[in-house]
Write a protein that binds this ligand. Structure first.
Ligand code: NAP
Length: 489
């Protein structure tokens, strides 16, 4: 992929609407604007609207007002709007990928992969919109009939993080639109541009005004708090950190909101001594380095059988050490910057803590000097049990490798975390694979593969990684209520 030009960058930035989208109209935010930064340079890319609490309230009112008509809108038409948006995103893949790289930092190739992944949720849910059904059954005593129907939850608040600026939106908006819900969407303030373009594309695809309202804000707690407390809201779907998720759950309890919580992770990556080590290294590169390590699904700890641990660490270090670090818009760059200076400091602190306790950096170990928030791909061995990065989400390009002696020890180590999003297992023994998979305390498992995300599959976690599933046939259920009718014949 070749380096992009400043002209191409400016062209796509110029196309992004920079205002709030409320009731089908683009309008300024009452608090002025907030800056969006390029994490590779630290420079401001552009300014977008900064919403006040009144703006947020207006967005909720617009979504509530649009409800009655939208709840009745033909499912086929709801699906076709999503389908048209899927086609539009796919046709504009290159420019949307560039926009994503500018605001988030990941290399262009990865941004393209996210555009395809994110668009696919719209296609998947365009197909699900016409498959919402119910049930009709004879009561066990043969007297009455039991009728169940699925109805839209109502008005939803969708809050998304910065690490997947498009896909975390489409994963919620797709099923919400398909189910017939109306919504207010709030993207992360660091990466609002991809979401703004998505909303423009949905508008052009025919989504009626008021169904989707977009609020960008410099103070998320101030603007979102009153919405969560508003009795007209029916559901909150949140993707982000466990810490913020907990706070939002507390707030949502006042209104007994329906909740979907896609939170943090601390994924173990287990390699048994019967595994194909080269394939495991390939999978590890994906599980660790996708999104610069800034993924909730990122492999956080590598538990490798003692017999192959050194070989695995050496091969992984060789590959990670050879990866080109730089601005994601440059040719052949494989590792972009971290999102901001505090994230880079956090990663540096975790590495320093591990090394201070005796871990060895086989490759990397340091932040880069100069502009942008770059951190060298790092492989650590001899990581002691007390190291903080075994317990905390690293969210950076750092791979701690730790040996184990047997299956029980590997499973105990893998489950030794408050999180439960995903685990990866490499083994060529089918019985062992199933045995281990059953005992892992996670919502998802990658078996001999380093990536699980798939719009046709249920994505989500257990334990402190949250609850609810996005994608797959399960994804639309998060936006539907079941009504039961007792029928007296
Ligand atoms: P974050 O700090 O929790 O923020 C996520 C979103 O919540 C942002 O839009 C943020 O807005 C907003 N927010 C923060 N505090 C809020 C409050 N008090 N009230 C209302 N909204 C609030 O998370 P992040 O740093 O953006 O994202 C990284 C985290 O997301 C990681 O822990 C990662 O594992 C997790 N994640 C999970 C999944 C999953 O599916 N399980 C997927 C991707 C990411 P501002 O931008 O204004 O702060």
């Amino acid at each position: 992929m070749s380096t992009t030009t400043a002209t191409a960058e400016q062209q796509i930035l110029d196309q992004v609407p920079k205002q709030l989208y409320i009731g089908g109209e683009w309008r300024d935010g009452a608090k002025g604007t907030l800056a969006v930064e390029d994490p590779a340079t630290g420079e401001t890319l552009c300014e977008v609207a900064d919403a006040s609490t009144d703006d947020a309230e207006a967005a909720l009112s617009a979504a509530v007002d649009a409800g009655p008509e939208w709840f009745q809108h033909p499912p086929r038409e709801r699906g076709e709007i999503l389908r048209r948006a899927f086609e539009a995103i796919t046709a504009r893949e290159d420019e949307l990928a560039l926009l994503m790289t500018l605001e988030m930092g990941k290399p262009l190739k990865e941004s393209k992969a996210e555009i395809a992944y994110g668009a696919e949720f719209l296609r998947w849910f365009s197909e699900q919109a016409v498959r919402i059904d119910g049930r009709y059954a004879t009561a066990p005593n043969g007297q009455g009939r039991l009728l169940t129907m699925k109805q839209p939850v109502g008005t939803c608040l969708l809050i998304t993080p910065w690490n997947f600026p498009l896909a975390m939106g489409t994963r919620k908006i797709g099923p919400a639109v398909a189910a017939g819900c109306t919504m207010v969407v709030k993207p992360a303030q660091q990466t609002p541009l991809s979401m703004l373009m998505l909303v423009k594309i949905l508008e052009e695809a025919g989504l009626p005004g008021g169904v989707l309202n977009l609020v960008t804000a410099s103070s998320s707690s101030e603007t979102m708090g009153p919405l969560i407390a508003d009795s007209r809201l029916r559901k909150l779907s949140f993707t982000g950190s466990t810490e913020v998720g907990r706070k939002l759950m507390e707030q949502a309890s006042q209104n007994l909101l329906r909740l979907s919580m896609e939170l943090g992770g601390n994924a173990p990556f287990i390699v048994f001594d019967d595994a194909d080590v080269d394939a495991a290294v390939q999978g590890a590169l994906i599980a660790k380095m996708r999104n610069i390590g800034e993924a909730c699904t990122a492999a956080n700890r590598f538990h490798v059988a003692d017999g192959v641990a050194d070989q695995f660490a050496e091969k992984l270090a060789e590959k990670m050490g050879a990866m080109k670090v730089g601005r994601g818009t440059e040719e052949d760059v494989e590792v972009g910057p971290l999102i901001d200076s505090s994230q880079r400091e956090k990663v540096a602190d975790l590495v320093e803590d591990a090394v201070g306790r005796g871990a060895k950096a086989v490759v990397g170990g340091h932040a880069r000097d100069g502009a942008g928030y770059f951190f060298d791909p790092t492989v650590l061995t001899d990581v002691p049990e007390g190291a903080k990065l075994l317990r905390e989400e690293i969210f950076g390009p750092v791979a701690p490798v730790k040996g184990f002696t047997d299956e029980d020890e590997a499973i105990a180590a893998a489950n030794n975390t408050e999180y439960g999003l995903v685990a990866y297992v490499y083994t060529s023994n089918l019985k062992r694979a199933l045995r281990v998979v059953e005992r892992l305390e996670t919502g998802m498992v990658g078996l001999n593969q380093g990536m699980v995300s798939n719009p046709a599959a249920p994505f989500g976690g257990i334990k402190q990684s949250g609850f609810g599933r996005e994608g797959g046939p399960e994804g639309i259920e998060e936006y539907l209520e079941t009504k039961y009718v007792a029928v007296n014949l």
